[in-house]
Design a binder for this molecule. Structure first.
Ligand SMILES: Cc1cc2nc3c(=O)[nH]c(=O)nc-3n(C[C@H](O)[C@H](O)[C@H](O)COP(=O)(O)O)c2cc1C
Length: 288
């Protein structure tokens, strides 16, 4: 029995949740393998990734795509990756979409992952949402969910591991969960159908480097999960089209010289009431 995790984790919290879940599954006798697409140009800068996926996935009996929620959606690099999965209609492979989010709204993220997995012939057996630090709030008056995922999230993952083991070993009836993942209120679901992540974030993709402040330490190059920067001719340069920036703000947070200009931070500060935003309830749970 082999489970494959596909992980995209710009700031590391999704990877932590995925690794925790992986260890719990391994304790239950399931062998696991992670495909980490973060900073991985084989996935991020390749427009025909199905072949790469087929190679890296190999024979597998369970698929666990893990991504953060961005603007109420599953982050688009993960969505693009699962859209490129090979058709597996005959094999009926179970799948478990997992998202981490800043506790504000996970909205349609699990629903859209479940739908794509269904379209590819995978059978989603549950969806997991895990509350994590809201990475945009690091410089806000109040940080949202600092130090999460924590104990509660670990318990949720342990419960999910038990259910997984039962489903894959005892082959208990697998139900179509697409409807259960549609937990966001109806109007919100309609709104997020209209407003894609790109529509919500597109106009703010204007991150620049203030060359007067930049010391060329290259921390932004190391931090960017989608490899937007390179150090060329003694300066930091943007080497990809700005549309590929995901606004994660890792460059902004890691820059010791405060040389990164990131206009979306102030937009997010307002949208999230400087960290005092209302949070989703329940914060972390399993949708069976
Ligand atoms: C650009 C951006 C958009 C985000 N949008 C949401 C959101 O819509 N709802 C939410 O609760 N959290 C949101 N978050 C918070 C992340 O989902 C959360 O911090 C996640 O755990 C980050 O995962 P990572 O550490 O693996 O990158 C957003 C974060 C960023 C950077």
């Amino acid at each position: 029995m082999k489970a494959v995790f596909i992980v995209f984790s710009p700031s590391g919290h999704t990877l932590i949740a995925a690794q925790k879940f992986m260890h719990l599954l391994e304790d239950n006798g399931i062998s696991c393998h992670i495909i980490n697409i973060t900073k991985n140009n084989k996935y991020l800068q390749n427009f025909t990734i199905t072949k790469t996926l087929i190679n890296d996935l190999g024979e597998h009996h369970l698929l666990i795509p893990c991504a953060p929620v961005y603007a109420g959606h599953c982050e688009q690099n993960m969505l693009r990756t699962i859209r490129a999965l090979p058709q597996e209609k005959e094999k009926q492979i179970p799948a478990i979409p997992l998202v981490t989010y800043g506790g504000v709204h996970s909205s349609v993220a699990l629903e859209e992952m479940g739908k794509v997995l269904n379209d590819k012939g995978y059978i989603p057996i549950m969806g997991i949402k895990i509350a994590a630090e809201h990475t945009l709030t690091a410089t806000f008056k109040k940080r949202i969910n600092p130090n999460l995922p924590g104990k509660v999230e670990e318990q949720i993952l342990a419960e999910a591991a038990k259910i997984t083991e039962k489903v894959v070993n005892d082959k208990i009836a697998m139900i179509n969960i697409e409807k259960k993942l549609a937990y966001a209120p109806f109007m919100k679901r309609i709104m997020f159908r209209i407003f894609s992540q790109e529509k919500i974030h597109g106009k703010y993709k204007k991150v620049t480097i203030n060359t007067e402040k930049c010391t060329g330490c290259k921390r932004c190059v190391a931090a960017c999960p989608v490899n937007m920067f390179a150090y060329i001719d003694n300066t930091i340069q943007m080497v990809r089209d700005p549309k590929y920036c995901i606004l994660c703000a890792e460059c902004y947070h890691q820059c010791p010289a405060k040389a990164v200009v990131h206009p979306y931070i102030e937009v997010a500060r307002k949208r999230l009431s400087n960290g005092f935003a209302e949070l989703e309830n329940p914060q972390s749970t399993i949708y069976r």
